[in-house]
Design a protein around this ligand. Structure first.
Ligand SMILES: Cc1ncc(COP(=O)(O)O)c(C=O)c1O
Length: 422
């Protein structure tokens, strides 16, 4: 068997990839994975919010085997029972009126389709958040935060207009979050007034890889009102927040926002297939729907659709949406208590929305990285924001109370070691 070092070396020799982990992924089950040398690690990343139902779920493996024996691929111009059922299921799960699904292979692809679809209708520019991430394709890089996050350069025409997110911990308008007038939302109104050609607001509802930035209560009601008054299409990128991650099926449902479109990927297949979905209100797509017939060769194969349908069945039968809310609240509360006890001086804040948890170290990426590595040595893997200022936990939604307690012990031991004075 090859070693961690050999696999890492070969990968770096022949691939350009963002390898930052010192060991090679080998096998996994439930909440744990093992590297090629047999080291077992509890996963608090879900592969960046992907494996929501956990690794190698037995019910999923059975469903995959059954589907493979029936059919895997089919010509994209032919309907399949699996894809018809998935379209119906998703259109009924989201709260998008007159929902029509468009087939994608992942998150960036789904967002590109939404961009094409909304442009086809309104021919306008797009507003998006600073600190957001929408994918690694040409247009989605521009929609996100290419400068701060050091993403590859794209043509200026793909830089959309940007607005600061509602980041109460470091309010860009210097307001006290308990007594503010939602200047963050009013800034959207001003941006739309100053740039009347902006016709779409493309939002990451809880900014994920930018640092788990959770909007304050009431923010999105105001945004919805502004977009509706100005006739601007409101789209949520739910690639990370969708499929139960926030403790609701979707963030637009959690925040009770009427959106015109959503993108899904990651938890849509829980990582068992490459799959994405762009879902739009048909009345916001313009007359020429053929312009949005963008299915690619690998989008929505019978195999990947069967996987997505099984993912939804597992999320429902195991009550994983409610579990994300319960365990997320527990983890958020306990992590806050531990870090306030050991690292009150250094801690910025702990932010949490369902099973999206961010520990903000107040612009101290070095500290953040040391904490991450020390947890990893104890057998717990988190991920981090692009700028490493925030440690990010996105555990699988199957996490139990005893899994949480195991992780909390590791977090407390790490805090004790890092901040030994108390
Ligand atoms: C909010 C969000 N949108 C889009 C993407 C891109 O998804 P994919 O990597 O499947 O293209 C990501 C990936 O991390 C994401 O977090």
């Amino acid at each position: 068997m090859a070693t961690n070092k050999e696999i890492t070396k070969k990968t770096k020799q022949f691939q350009i990839s963002d390898i930052s982990y010192p060991a090679a992924f080998h096998t996994a089950a439930g909440m744990y994975f093992e590297d090629i040398e047999g080291n077992r690690v509890m996963d608090f990343s879900s592969g960046y919010g992907v494996s929501n139902i956990g690794w190698q779920h037995p019910q999923m493996l059975k469903a995959m085997e059954k589907q493979l024996n029936k059919s895997n691929y089919c010509p994209p111009w032919m309907p399949s029972e699996e894809s018809a059922n998935l379209g119906e299921r998703l259109a009924n799960l989201v709260s998008v009126p007159n929902a029509l699904c468009m087939r994608a292979t992942g998150g960036a692809d789904a967002n590109e389709i939404l961009l094409k679809s909304t442009y086809g209708n309104n021919k306008g520019d797009v507003l998006s958040f600073e600190m957001s991430y929408h994918g690694g394709t040409h247009a989605t890089i521009g929609l996100g935060e290419p400068v701060k996050f050091n993403l590859p350069h794209v043509a200026p025409s793909y830089y959309s207009y940007k607005i600061q997110p509602p980041h109460c911990f470091k309010c860009p308008w210097g307001q006290n979050p308990n007594a503010c007038q939602f200047q963050c939302a009013s800034a959207i109104d001003s941006a739309l007034q100053n740039n009347p050609n902006i016709k779409t607001f493309f939002a990451e509802p809880v900014i994920g890889s930018g640092g788990v930035i959770v909007p304050p209560k009431g923010y999105y009601s105001r945004v919805e009102e502004i977009c509706s008054q100005r006739g601007v299409t409101l789209i949520f990128d739910e690639v990370l927040t969708g499929m139960g991650r926030t403790g609701s099926w979707f963030a637009h449902q959690k925040f009770d926002v009427a959106v015109d479109g959503v993108s899904l990927a990651k938890g849509l297949s829980s990582g068992y297939a490459a799959l994405g979905a762009a879902i739009m209100d048909a009345s916001k797509m313009g007359n020429d729907k053929s312009a949005d017939d963008v299915s690619s060769s690998f989008a929505w194969t019978p195999f990947s659709c069967a996987i997505s349908l099984e993912t939804i069945r597992i999320i429902e039968s195991e009550n994983l949406v409610a579990n994300a809310e319960i365990q997320g609240n527990y983890l958020g509360r306990e992590i806050r208590a531990i870090l306030n006890k050991y690292a009150e001086q250094q801690l910025g804040e702990v932010r949490q929305c369902g099973l999206m948890i961010g520990v903000d170290w107040n612009e101290n990426p070095g500290l953040s990285m040391r904490f991450l590595l020390k947890m990893l040595k104890r057998g717990l893997m988190w991920c981090a924001s692009w700028d490493y200022n925030t440690m990010i936990a996105l555990p699988p939604l199957i996490i139990s109370k005893s899994d949480c307690d195991h992780a909390l012990n590791i977090i407390e031991d790490t805090a004790k070691e890092m901040f030994p004075k108390r």
